[in-house]
Design a protein around this ligand. Structure first.
Ligand code: BTN
Length: 253
């Protein structure tokens, strides 16, 4: 009925012209018992949020800003892998849509060259042993123009429009939801291992020198692989470092 060729994801759509953050709304709906697969979409976010307390620019009709409610049955520890799964699904779709050179920056950005095209913000509501829900917020810059970007972001952010690749937002969202659902099902049935292998192939980071900065330490090294939990393995002068998602920035040097 909604034109989406998915089973569960996007079966229920909550749409806003303008909202503070689709993640905030989705969390509220999930608290009230919204079904898995419900999505919250907005034309514009006035308080779009990113990782590490950063804001996320989301002007009217210039991108796809949405949040997906999930109720996975795997343990809370596995949630960071879910973000890697989403990045794989998204990268597949975006390459098919014509951004053939996009790749994944660990843990959860999709870049074209060194510029960010997609951000993913995964928020978890769980007890120690059980996930209550996950809200996966995804922002894809489609028509976003340089004009909408503050000066400091002009060199680090991109969009379909900036890359001169035409795109239809509705079709792209349909494709994204379909692929997200497909990969989510694979993870549920076969576990994360095969998807982490795909992540390595689609990453634009492995083999590159990176600078890692967390609140308590920072170092440089070469990103070599992912471990089985989706942590980034960085080879430094003092040996191998395991980088856990969370309060960490990784940037290519
Ligand atoms: C990041 O860049 O660190 C993640 C950005 C995530 C942005 C999306 S847009 C839809 C959803 N609502 C938000 O407030 N954030 C996410």
């Amino acid at each position: 009925a909604n034109g989406l060729k998915t089973g569960l994801f996007g079966k229920k759509i909550v749409y806003f012209e303008k909202v503070d953050s689709t993640n905030t709304v989705a969390k509220r709906l999930a608290d009230q018992g919204a079904d898995e697969g419900t999505i919250v979409v907005a034309e514009e976010q006035t308080g779009g949020r990113g990782r590490l307390d950063r804001s996320f620019i989301s002007p009217f009709a210039q991108g796809i800003w949405f949040s997906l409610i999930l109720r996975p049955t795997f343990p809370p520890m596995e949630v960071s892998k879910l973000t890697l799964v989403a990045a794989v699904a998204l990268t597949k779709v975006l390459r098919r849509a014509g951004l053939i050179h996009c790749g994944i920056k660990w843990p959860n950005d999709i870049l074209v060259g060194d510029k960010k095209l997609v951000g993913i913000l995964t928020e978890l509501n769980a007890s120690v042993e059980k996930i209550n829900y996950v809200v996966m917020g995804i922002g894809i810059n489609t028509a976003l123009g340089k004009k909408a970007l503050p000066r400091e972001l002009k060199k680090t952010v991109t969009s379909f429009a900036i890359e001169n690749v035409p795109v239809q937002r509705v079709e792209l969202l349909q494709d994204v939801l379909r692929e997200l659902e497909r990969y989510y099902d694979v993870a549920g049935e076969q576990g994360f291992a095969p998807i982490l292998e795909e992540w390595k192939v689609l990453s634009c980071m492995l083999g590159r020198d990176v600078e890692v900065s967390a609140s308590d330490r920072s170092f440089t090294g070469k990103a070599v692989t992912l471990d089985e939990n989706g942590n980034l393995m960085v080879e430094t002068a003092n040996g191998m470092e395991r980088v856990l998602a969370g309060d960490v920035r990784v940037r290519p040097v």
